[in-house]
Design a protein around this ligand. Structure first.
Ligand SMILES: Cc1ncc(COP(=O)(O)O)c(C=O)c1O
Length: 401
């Protein structure tokens, strides 16, 4: 595929977004882009002529498809992964006066969900290999108030789930997986999101499967699932009514509105049809980055994502760890000047303004700080053509000649 041809396949709004990265005579290469075509348009059109509210025919169908795909007893579609995390903690009874251990190396939603239910996030450091929670540091953060652990599957890679599971079982803690980046990835053959009491997936526009904004809550215990259903539907038993389990629905508990519109569920339905092809395309790009950058990286002390036994990632993102922050920042600027959109991940939450305001910056998190200062993500999406991948590789090699 030529660069021009590939660019023409990128939706107009991505071309617009790419303009910030356009340099003279060069087409921009964006970090991520969803793959939508007539399949999504047709499915949305069908939804528009039916029911628009949540828990409609498309929503129910997508929930069943996800249950099958993940091997999970119950999946509830939600408005976002942020809301799925919040809903999980509410349904599991985590709340005021309690603490929840999670990484600081994560997106803001992980900690926001904890705060929204009235509990306090407590940050633990991450492991060098998985970039997910390090069980040894989690141990150090436990107090009599700890109620739950929220591991994040960064880049679709599970942390040490044996170690974390042992802590959770030993202390009777709840485990809620932030599997926002985890769809189609496994740990020991088990789908991410199904390893704890609950798992939250994201369908944000940057994710492998997307409907713009959306999420799903995976629940392993049917009783917790019933509570979550009620909270998701404004505290009513509407879900039971739609199943035919009650003959009218009414207010039965405190709740909110976390259910995904059927229009967006229709989009997800079309995306799930493409899942195998989306994954294959992503995997090919990640494999090419690995193969073509490994010899360069080894000689320059740049680290690529490790390949770990027992874990199958989902090529959600491909990152490089530079030897230092200066080299990483130089690489970001150089890639930008080449029209390649790269990004760092993340501003660690403990050092962000709100983390500091809450006094969450008082624990040492050395691995988190080192990784956040040196990590750089490369473009990875199903519309990236061969020539563009080649251009990214060439530009990356120039960042440390
Ligand atoms: C680790 C992590 N948690 C939570 C979220 C929030 O997902 P959503 O945008 O669907 O609320 C994201 C989204 O990028 C994420 O990467």
């Amino acid at each position: 595929m030529t660069t021009r041809g590939a660019d023409a396949t990128i939706p107009r709004f991505h071309r617009r977004r790419g303009r910030a990265f356009r340099t003279e005579g060069m087409q921009p290469i964006v970090l991520s882009a969803p793959w939508f075509d007539e399949a999504e348009t047709d499915r949305v059109r069908r939804a528009l002529s039916g029911r628009l509210a949540g828990n409609g025919p498309f929503g129910q169908r997508v929930e069943e498809r996800l249950q099958q795909l993940l091997g999970a007893p119950r999946v509830l579609l939600t408005t976002s992964c942020t809301h799925a995390l919040e809903l999980a903690l509410l349904a599991l009874g985590v709340g005021p006066g309690q603490e929840v251990v999670c990484p600081s190396f994560t997106f803001v939603s992980t900690a926001n969900a904890v705060l929204r239910v009235g509990a306090r996030p407590v940050f633990a450091d991450i492991a060098e290999d998985t970039l997910g929670l390090d069980p040894r540091d989690v141990e150090r953060r436990l107090t009599p108030r700890t109620a739950a652990i929220v591991p994040v599957h960064y880049a679709g890679v599970a942390p040490d789930m044996d170690g974390l599971g042992e802590i959770a079982r030993g202390r009777r803690l709840r485990m809620v997986e932030d599997a926002a980046q985890g769809l189609a990835a496994t740990w020991r053959g088990r789908a991410l999101g199904t390893l704890g009491d609950a798992g939250a997936l994201s369908f944000h526009e940057t994710k492998n499967v997307t409907c713009g904004e959306g999420g799903a809550l995976v629940l392993m215990d049917p009783e917790v699932a019933l509570r979550a259903e009620v909270i998701r539907e404004k505290g009513t038993n509407r879900s039971a009514f739609l199943r035919g389990a009650v003959d009218k629905y009414t207010w039965v508990a405190e709740g909110s509105s976390y259910v995904l519109s059927d229009v967006l569920a229709a989009l997800l339905d079309a995306q799930l049809d493409k899942l195998a092809e989306i994954q294959a395309r992503r995997a090919r790009i990640a494999a090419r980055y690995r193969e073509e950058l490994a010899p360069w990286a080894e000689r320059r002390d740049v680290h690529l994502p490790p390949r770990l036994a027992d874990r199958e990632d989902n090529a959600h993102l491909f990152y490089l760890l530079y030897p230092g922050e200066r080299q990483r920042d130089h690489a970001l600027a150089l890639l930008k000047s080449c029209g390649v959109q790269a990004a760092f991940h993340y501003v660690p939450l403990h050092s962000a303004p709100h983390g500091r305001a809450l006094g969450l910056d008082r624990v040492p998190l050395p691995v988190t700080e080192r990784v956040a200062a040196t990590l750089l993500r490369l473009p990875l999406h199903p519309l990236l053509g061969e020539a563009e991948v080649g251009r990214v590789v060439d530009a990356v090699r120039r960042t440390l000649p």
